[in-house]
Ligand binder design. Structure first.
Ligand SMILES: [Zn+2]
Length: 304
């Protein structure tokens, strides 16, 4: 692959949904009720917040039953044949985010997502973020009164002050600093021993992506960077980040680590990255899992 060619977005897990989000139905109660009553309508099933897969790599689905209430569901969108797809807004089970996988312990969600067809994984990611947001936002941030689902599950409305609240998406920059044909990988404080990845951090109010990349690399590793190039993005539903992948041209390679955040970091060569991605035993680090955009970023840097 030519280094300058842009990546195909469907190579990144949690992107590539084929649903029409049909936002025009969300604010028309009559059209929404018609969609709910459509005999082809289905409800995708989650296990807590984890996916429930079929043997065919799809998400398990059930028809809309007579006792199901539209108000308890979100309209995720319409399939290509026009069939409506819903998800229940009630979580049964744990809503804890999955831990970072280690060779000894791979959370269930990380075992299932790679088995799903890409469009199904994307559908799952969006559904999970949305359902989890409803579960964690039962009260109005303005007045403290209870809120209720609105706009076919794409908003909540306060019953007292009438404020509308919308599902949040939190931008996170994730970046590979590059210097003399090596890239910088770090072990986050919550990572298991040996696992390194691209460095990442939340974008703060008043920052551009590029400024957040420069600040994070300076704060965590003492590296100053010049040019920053946007590469790709990934919705990351744990719970609701938007990962913004960037390449950053470092101006030097001397590291001063903020060990509270990044206990270890190192510059790695193409051969070392190749070995890590191949899972070779003598590789200098464990690569990020294939579902993570960092995995994709390392492949992109190699030109795969
Ligand atoms: Zn309120």
């Amino acid at each position: 692959m030519n280094r300058s060619s842009m990546p195909r977005s469907d190579q990144i897990t949690f992107t590539g949904s084929t649903l029409d989000r049909a936002d025009q139905l969300r604010v028309h109660p009559d059209r929404l009720a018609t969609a709910w009553a459509d005999p082809r309508a289905c409800i995708i099933l989650l296990d807590g917040l984890d996916p429930l897969p079929t043997d065919e790599g799809e998400l398990a689905r059930t028809p809309v039953s007579a006792d199901a209430e539209l108000a308890d569901h979100a309209l995720l969108g319409l399939r290509e044949d026009g069939a409506p797809v819903f998800v229940s807004l009630h979580v049964t089970g744990s809503s804890e985010p999955p831990s970072i996988p280690s060779p000894e312990s791979i959370p269930k969600v990380w075992q299932i997502v790679p088995l799903l067809a890409p469009a199904e994984a994307a559908l799952y990611g969006g559904a999970r973020s949305l359902v989890d947001w409803h579960d964690r936002h039962p009260f109005c941030a303005r007045c403290g009164a209870p809120t209720y689902p609105a706009k076919a599950g794409w908003a909540r409305q306060c019953g007292t002050c009438q404020a509308e609240h919308f599902p949040r998406t939190d931008p996170v920059v994730i970046m590979l600093a590059e210097y003399e044909d090596k890239v910088l990988v770090g072990r986050g404080v919550r990572f298991p021993p040996g696992r390194f990845s691209a460095l990442a951090g939340f974008v703060e109010p008043g920052e551009s992506f590029e400024e957040a990349v420069r600040r994070e690399l300076w704060e965590e590793t003492g590296i100053r960077v010049g040019r920053v190039d946007y590469l790709a993005s990934q919705p990351w539903p744990f719970p609701s980040q938007l990962m913004i992948a960037c390449m950053a041209q470092a101006l030097g390679d001397a590291l001063t680590l903020d060990v509270e955040e990044v206990p270890e970091a190192m510059w790695v060569s193409r051969e070392q990255v190749r070995a890590a991605l191949a899972g070779e035993e003598d590789a200098p680090f464990l690569a990020p899992p294939s579902v993570a955009v960092a995995h994709y970023m390392l492949r992109y840097w190699l030109g795969d």
